[in-house]
Design a protein around this ligand. Sequence first.
Ligand code: SF4
Length: 154
Amino acid sequence: MKKLLISSCLLGENVRYDGKIKRCMDPLFYEIIKNSQIFTVCPEVDGGLPTPRDPSEIVSLNPLKIVNSKGKDVTSFFEKGAKKALKVCKKHKIKVALLKSKSPSCSNNFIYDGTFSKKLIKGEGVTAKLLKENGIKVFNENELIDLLEYLKKI
Ligand code: SF4
């Protein structure tokens, strides 16, 4: 069985900022998790943030700065959660991750632009970026066909 790191909110765990349960309902998702050894993380909760919590957005990449909708700097929580996710991958030799799209932690392609106006821009969440930099292939829940193909090849 292939090892796979998964954003725990995709499995319906109550870790989202808004406290809502949003399980991924795609049949392919179930096929993938049934045939994988899964390891779950929620970098924001693992980094010390509560559920529910105020939504956060990345306002600066260099230096990294993430603030919540009340203006509080929450960068350190995100960095801590990302490091913990990488630690899980290293400990268990995980080379592939399925992470939630559009999240300032987990997204592998688009993030909100830092103005809290629901505008998406190209960019990566803190955890997805760190995992990629360490050679871990990251997919999101809209790339399940690609993930399935990838898992068959490795
Ligand atoms: S997207 Fe990532 S950080 Fe956000 S709730 Fe899901 S697992 Fe946690």
